[in-house]
Design a binder for this molecule. Sequence first.
Ligand code: NAD
Length: 495
Amino acid sequence: MEQRKDWQQLSQRARLHGDCYIDGRFRPAESGERFPSINPATEQCLVEVASGDRADIDRAVQSALAAYQAGSWSEAAPAQRKQVMLRLADLVEQHGNELALLDSLDMGKSIHEMVNVDLAEAIDCLRWTAECVDKVYGEIAPTGKETLGLISHEPVGVVGAITPWNFPLLMAVWKLAPALIAGNSLVLKPSEKSSLSILRLAELATEAGLPDGVFNVVTGYGHTAGKALAMHHDVSVLAFTGSTRVGGMLMEYAGQSNMKRAWIEAGGKSPMVVFDDCQDIKSAAETAAAAIFSNQGEVCIACSRLYLQNGIKARFLDALVEATATYQVGDPLDPDTRMGPLVDKAQLDTVSRYIQSAIDEGGRVLCGGLPEYVEGKGFYARPTIIVDAHNEMTFVREEIFGPVLAVSGFEQEEEAIRLANDTPYGLAASIWTDNLSRAHRVSRKIKSGMVWVNGWGEGDCTMPFGGVKASGNGRDKSLHSLDKYTDIKSVWISL
Ligand code: NAD
């Protein structure tokens, strides 16, 4: 693994493209407008990024549509598309350090996490999804002998993807891998806070052999470029990862335009419940810390609510504070750093507001506390644990998206289930128990898309990822992800 000085040297030489990528080449926004991409660790501008708008979205969608209709990708044999996507996975691996560095510089993620989690998972997702495509069969319906009923999956046409800043490369790959392998063309709008890695990925896709126009990236703001993409009449499917508020807006845009399908992966306020029959308190406490402090707490599945059965509460909190101490805050390019800065000043202010509200509403700070911001030195927060929390407190109800953990106690299993489900969100949950029956019983009763028993965050491409309730409706990863980007065609043949 490279050392801090190696990453710093690499960052001096990094190629930073800030233009849109349309029809196989970089282009500035038609308006000529740009905005700065800020490194949250230094508050310095990395590069000026093109502020794409409706005209750029339209150009990208027309390019995507023309490529789709030309058929060189959409009608290519699945095995042929597979080869291109496998080449792309190889290129991502070869350029891994470069891509890791771009996200780390752009949004503050520690380089350790970027290399070991985001990059590794992005490569795995590209390979796994590519390998699926020539193993998926259609169906023959059990019709009568007078007819033959064929059920097949067809690409939808142009997919519009809108992605967040917390896992810039990985969230984009979770969308683009199934969308492209299914034969669609794609227009992707990354978050305005983290555009750089995906622009480089688009360039690598061309190098891998993807025809021009099949994969386009329009950088820009949500209310301009994002809205124009969501409202576009030639976009057939919208794939979104981001906040619940914006996800709801996209569902409206879909209805107001052409009834495009809108797949929404949104926010979370996930619970971790630890029962007092849990023997391995050390592992549970280390996982509880990882579940809220990795990626600075800017994780959709973060377990930001911790419910401890009263019998083990004191012992567990001791272990949790010890585990939290390993979350060293610092320069994201230092491989020893476990928590980089938050993405921007607005996010730091949000975190500060929630910590203050927790204190005002009766919470007690066990460790961490209000950030001590020094202008020009980066947007750093501290891993913060607040005890004496209860479900009526604002910081327990709302998604903070930062390193702030709310801890409450409970007596009975039923009470724990009620507290865990008492949220508008339903993305994930983690349960810790050594009682097998309880593990099954409780995971059935938790209303969320994903439940981990005696773990958190594990997962490869074999399992779907997504939520229910205000956490959205779509599933990334697994064979189910292909369903999002295909239409079912029924063909009746009279015999
Ligand atoms: P966000 O909703 O602010 O932005 C997400 C994307 O939507 C960005 O590209 C943004 O430019 C765009 N956007 C904003 N306004 C828009 C509009 N009016 N029309 C169209 N597009 C618009 O979210 P964020 O702050 O980038 O990301 C954090 C959120 O993402 C958190 O809520 C987190 O829980 C969620 N998230 C969910 C998952 C999941 O799989 N469920 C994964 C990662 C992040």
